[in-house]
Design a protein around this ligand. Structure first.
Ligand code: NAD
Ligand code: GLY
Length: 359
């Protein structure tokens, strides 16, 4: 079957997102992005044995000279020290400004390799080859790259758009169920903030998605990428509507940071965070309680946690106080004015938030 191709429309930095089975072998999709004939494949020690050879065979078929950099698996590796090790390897292997970095893996590899590409020798090109559902529907698209800091998620990073996103849906066959569910959290997010009809489709197809039905997955990935590409094209650097993509993330990032990176998967923290955002919206009278229940039910059916860990109110506020969306010390939250209608609330009412967190 031929791949589906979408475009992220960013003028001269526009790029394609190719989605389909067997794309790792498609030299025709890779070749246009490797004119320099040099590449470094950045991957991790779980993904490398599964997919690195297939990708490297294709690069060789395109006449591209390449070497591989393998980082440790997991969210805890998305840190400065790992990035520094990647820079060391790029320098030792003689990577220059035309060497294309290829991020082969989930969001951790994509974010870290993307940030390496944004900063190595003041910026080199890179291609995203996402292999988790979360990365195929979200993190590989849009050019946000980062590493974590002990004090906050994704605190050190840059905007740097890839040359292309090549999402081989066949790689999802080896993804553990828990990781698949984590990806579904971000898929559900798109419905919640922007597309009620898609949310309804997800309710009707959630069992098929969990059973990895090919057609259902292809539709969900395609629709998610369409929605993300639309928002990124409107607001590349998050001056406005792009912040909607952070529904659940202010609470979720606090969970990830406070519980220790990797204890909760990113998608799991976002799921619990979206329920918190929906419940807080209901408490403020902006969302009917029944709609918060409806969102929670869908997340539960996706196999996701919907309750946050027990944390002190002060700890929540401190972590949320460091969120990148905040301005002048006031917490910005993404709320829901209805299902399918996300809203950016700059300066969330603090007293109401404290009493909500305490409850
Ligand atoms: P991940 O990268 O840790 O991957 C999840 C796990 O699956 C890892 O153990 C990985 O090694 C393994 N894996 C990857 N592909 C596999 C495959 N095909 N088969 C078997 N195992 C496979 O996690 P993730 O959920 O992909 O990404 C989460 C990260 O993405 C977080 O750091 C989050 O902050 C970031 N993120 C970034 C953006 C963005 O816009 N840049 C958006 C959302 C999330
Ligand atoms: N995942 C949030 C964004 O890309 O803006």
């Amino acid at each position: 079957m031929s791949p589906r191709t979408l475009e992220v429309g960013l003028g001269e930095r526009s790029y394609p997102i190719h989605i389909g089975g067997g794309l790792l072998a498609r030299a025709d999709l890779f070749r246009p992005h490797f004119a320099s004939g040099r590449a470094a494949v950045v991957t991790n020690d779980v993904v490398a044995p599964l997919y690195a050879e297939a990708l490297e065979r294709t690069l060789s078929a395109c006449g591209v000279r390449h070497f591989r950099i393998v980082i440790p698996d997991g969210e805890a590796a998305k840190r400065w020290e790992t990035l520094d090790a990647v820079f060391g390897e790029l320098l030792r292997r003689g990577a220059d400004r035309k060497t294309v970095l290829v991020a082969l893996g989930g969001g951790v590899v994509g974010d870290l390799a993307g940030f390496a590409a944004a900063t190595y020798q003041r910026g080199v090109p890179f291609v995203q080859v996402p292999t988790t559902l979360l990365a195929q529907v979200d993190s590989s698209v849009g050019g946000k790259t980062a590493v974590n800091h002990a004090l906050g998620k994704n605190m050190i990073g840059a905007f740097h758009q890839p040359l292309a996103v090549i999402a081989d849906t066949g790689t999802l066959a080896t993804l553990p169920d828990r990781e698949l569910a984590a990806g579904l959290a971000e898929v559900i997010k798109y419905g919640a903030i922007r597309d009620l009809a898609f949310l309804g489709w997800l309710e009707a197809n959630i069992d098929a998605l969990r059973a990895r039905d090919d057609a259902a997955l292809a539709y969900a990935i395609g629709r998610s990428c369409e929605l993300k590409a639309e928002i990124v094209a409107l607001d590349e650097r998050e001056a406005g509507p792009r912040a909607l993509l952070n529904l659940g993330h202010t609470f979720g990032h606090a969970i990830e940071t406070l519980e220790g990176y990797g204890t909760w998967l990113h998608g799991e923290a976002v799921a619990a965070g979206m329920v918190m955002a929906a419940r807080f919206s209901a408490r403020l009278g902006r969302l009917p309680g029944a709609d918060a229940d409806r969102l929670q039910r869908l997340l539960e059916r996706a196999g996701l946690p919907v309750r946050p860990p027990a944390l002190a109110v002060e700890a929540w506020l401190e972590a949320m106080g460091r969120d990148k969306k905040n301005e002048s010390g006031r917490i910005t939250l993404i709320l829901l004015d209805g299902l399918g209608r996300g809203a950016i609330e700059k300066g969330a009412p603090l007293a109401a938030l404290e009493s909500f967190l305490a409850s």
